[in-house]
Design a binder for this molecule. Structure first.
Ligand code: FMN
Length: 266
């Protein structure tokens, strides 16, 4: 199945630059996000639904508090987020949902809006009612959106330490042999390496096969792996594009999760 991804013109540079600046935030100022910024994010949601696997990102301008169900000290406790995005799709569309959701997250980062992916501690039924789910869709995850408070709470500091949120695997571990790869593939791997993932498990692995960059998954994965792999796909694509190489992702078979083939977009 092709996962053709004509990314919005102009956005790709901004999204690439947002990669090292993005960090998860879980405590927000109560002030709403400026309407113009929300309009921009709504537009990104609308643009990004078309290309890939029936996944959609939908902006909810006023986030009801009860959607966030994380308890004090738990993984996913979110405080004060004024807005959210719901990342939806059919049950088996996790990878596409990850790809689309991360596009919105990076666009938010580029626009100065802070965020966190939440796949665990949210009320999926409530979130679904906010966004008018279509037949066969479910909310795979949401993102809290807003402006982070200046200081991080003690609970969040502990939680971040628990998942070693700043830590990323060495490039040698996720992309063995990368030193001999073409520059675009090395950029792709470096950008994928910085991607966020559920519990920071980083389940992506990359290798070169002929002209293509192939994504596989780690031997042991966390339950958010489909979302995580889609997120890594977007990051890798942005890295390749930053090095001047566009291309097309297709879904792989067997151990191969997906394959990025350089060339003109379909
Ligand atoms: C698919 C996905 C699901 C996540 N779910 C949660 C969650 O339920 N609760 C939470 O606090 N953080 C969640 N996170 C955030 C990760 O813990 C975070 O991205 C990771 O620890 C790396 O930290 P960073 O985002 O600050 O770089 C999720 C991230 C991803 C990509």
């Amino acid at each position: 199945m092709p996962l053709n991804t004509p990314l919005p013109p102009g956005a790709t540079g901004e999204w690439f630059n947002a990669i090292p600046r993005r960090i998860s935030s879980r405590r927000f100022e109560e002030d709403p996000v400026a309407p113009a910024l929300l309009d921009r994010l709504a537009e990104t949601c609308a643009r990004m639904t078309a290309p890939i696997g029936h996944a959609r990102a939908i902006l909810v301008r006023e986030a009801p508090r009860e959607v966030f169900t994380g308890l004090v000290g738990s993984y996913g406790r979110v405080e004060g987020a004024p807005s959210l995005a719901a990342f939806v799709g059919p049950d088996d569309a996790g990878m596409a949902v990850g790809y689309i959701g991360e596009a919105l997250i990076l666009d938010a980062t580029a626009a100065g809006v802070d965020s966190v992916w939440i796949a665990a501690a949210f009320d999926a039924g409530h979130a679904g009612r906010l966004v008018d789910l279509r037949e066969g869709e479910r909310v795979h995850a949401i993102a809290a959106l807003g402006h982070a408070t200046k200081t991080v709470g003690a609970g969040e500091r502990l939680m971040r330490a628990g998942v070693r949120a700043r830590h990323r695997l060495h490039l040698d571990a996720i992309a063995p042999g990368h030193a001999g790869w073409p520059a675009w593939a090395r950029e792709a791997a470096a950008a994928a390496r910085l991607a966020p993932s559920g519990a920071n498990k980083q389940p992506w692995r990359l290798h070169i096969d002929g002209d293509a960059l192939v994504l596989t998954k780690a031997p042991k994965t966390y339950w958010t792996a489909p979302l995580d792999l889609g997120i890594a796909m977007l990051h890798a694509e942005l890295g390749a594009m930053h090095a001047g190489v566009g291309g097309t992702w297709t879904v792989g078979t067997g151990a191969e999760v997906a394959r990025f083939v350089p060339g003109p977009e379909a």
